[in-house]
Design a binder for this molecule. Structure first.
Ligand SMILES: Cc1ncc(COP(=O)(O)O)c(C=O)c1O
Length: 430
């Protein structure tokens, strides 16, 4: 048994007059407006202050003694249940500061999953009306969470020219934002604050936790937020780290034609604005079968009930831990938890109906599958996929253009590292 220290680190303490209870704020979360402030009165702590500073832990059973360490960043522990709390909060904070979102205002977003849920949670906490445009593929579990937070949902069931609902959802969201007074479009797809959120919080946290011992970072992609922000941060601060992108088979983010893709949370028909492919060392397009198998091994053999996209991330990360060998460190971002996928990835009947026969989750088989993966493209050969006419068919909200202009100006004026400098007092960067 591990001995418990007689003098544990004080995570909270009372003021000298014993009237105020303070809690410790980790350095990782504090690159905010007051960088030196490590303590915060508990009475001031809001649910949104609990976003970030997520646990990092090591997988124990899928790796062997001659493998590298495989560490996972457990984003499910954000209060809204996913990594999307980070960009949602960052965008809402900036919109409030810039006067784009005012008290009693309305947030309108296209999202079939986590980002909408994060906005709904923040909206409930801060008194905003939230309208989320979902589609027929949105799960009952996600609709229930949106509903619980009081968000209004509109089901968009007209497919776009790619057969998905994304473009039609975005067009309608923009239209509603024009029509509703006091509306703000957070716009996770084109708003560069999406990746900036990870540049400012997830990246610094990871580096503070791992130091320069980190060798490989594995992240997944849809809007490009997490991978875009992390790759930019790590390239600047730890350029030796290999950045590995993971996407769903069929998606066009890392180049190639677009086809229907299966893994919830992943994929896009083009290369998103938030992601710079030049910063990615290798990219993998994972099949539904490999992804779901990995999810089930994680749950059964590690006790980690992770969301669908985490399966794709972990099977790729495992390959690098095996190949990197002892002494290497691989970090893998697990974007959400499995509880939202109990009716799909973790349901045998659903898997059978989708045509998957996965068999028992066994570590050895996961390792075999990991070693069979081949990179979609590697070594700076990734070519962006720009969907023809994307600029014309999808209007970018004026508020996004304004935010992106402020952000670009700050980057230009304050240099490449401005993104995390609370001292600069930036409009977007706090
Ligand atoms: C569960 C999950 N994993 C991964 C991603 C991809 O993250 P990003 O949109 O930042 O590329 C998403 C995006 O919605 C997601 O919901």
């Amino acid at each position: 048994m591990t001995a418990v220290s007689a003098e544990p680190f004080p995570f909270s303490h009372f003021s000298a007059d014993a009237t105020t209870l303070y809690r410790y704020r980790s350095a990782a979360r504090t690159p905010g407006p007051e960088p030196g402030r490590a303590w915060q009165a508990i009475s001031e702590v809001r649910i949104t202050d609990c976003i970030g500073s997520t646990p990092l832990f090591a997988l124990q059973n899928v790796v062997g003694p001659s493998d590298g360490k495989l560490l996972v960043k457990w984003e499910r522990s954000n209060p809204g249940g996913s990594i999307k709390d980070r960009p949602a909060l960052h965008i809402v904070d900036a919109a409030e500061r810039l006067g784009l979102l005012r008290p009693g205002g309305t947030m309108i977003e296209s999202s079939s999953g986590n980002f909408g849920i994060s906005l709904a949670m923040i909206g409930a906490a801060r008194g905003y009306r939230v309208i989320v445009l979902v589609d027929p593929k949105t799960t009952r579990a996600n609709l229930n969470v949106l509903n619980a937070f009081g968000a209004e949902t509109i089901v968009v069931d007209e497919p776009d020219d790619t057969g998905s609902f994304l473009k039609t959802r975005i067009v309608l969201a923009n239209q509603l934002a024009h029509d509703i007074d006091g509306a703000f479009r957070p716009d996770q797809v084109f708003n560069l604050l999406n990746s900036h959120a990870h540049y400012r919080s997830t990246g610094p946290e990871l580096l503070a936790e791992c130091g320069q011992r980190l060798d490989v970072l594995v992240g997944t992609a849809s809007t490009g937020g997490q991978l875009g922000g992390l790759s930019r941060y790590l390239r600047e601060r730890a350029p030796h780290v290999s950045i590995i992108g993971v996407d769903a088979e069929g998606s066009a983010i890392f180049g190639g034609p677009s086809a229907p893709y299966l893994i919830p949370g992943l994929g896009l028909g083009w290369t998103p604005a938030n992601l710079d492919l030049d910063l990615i060392d290798a990219a993998y397009k994972i099949s539904g079968e490999d992804c779901f198998y990995a999810c089930r091994v994680l749950a059964r053999c590690e006790g980690v009930l992770a969301g669908a996209s985490s399966g794709a991330a972990i099977i790729t990360a495992l390959r690098y831990a095996i190949e990197g060998g002892q002494g290497s460190t691989v970090v893998c971002v697990l974007s959400d938890g499995g509880d939202r996928y109990l009716d799909s990835v973790y349901d045998d009947d659903w898997l059978a109906a989708e045509g998957f026969e996965l068999g028992d989750p066994v570590v050895a088989q996961l390792r075999e599958r990991a070693l069979k993966l081949t990179a979609a493209q590697e070594g700076g050969d990734l070519l962006p996929t720009v969907a023809p006419g994307i600029g014309e068919t999808l209007e970018v909200p004026a508020t996004t253009t304004e935010i992106n202009a402020v952000l670009r100006r700050e980057w230009t004026e304050q240099g490449p590292r401005s993104g995390d400098s609370a001292e600069t007092g930036s409009a977007c960067g706090r």
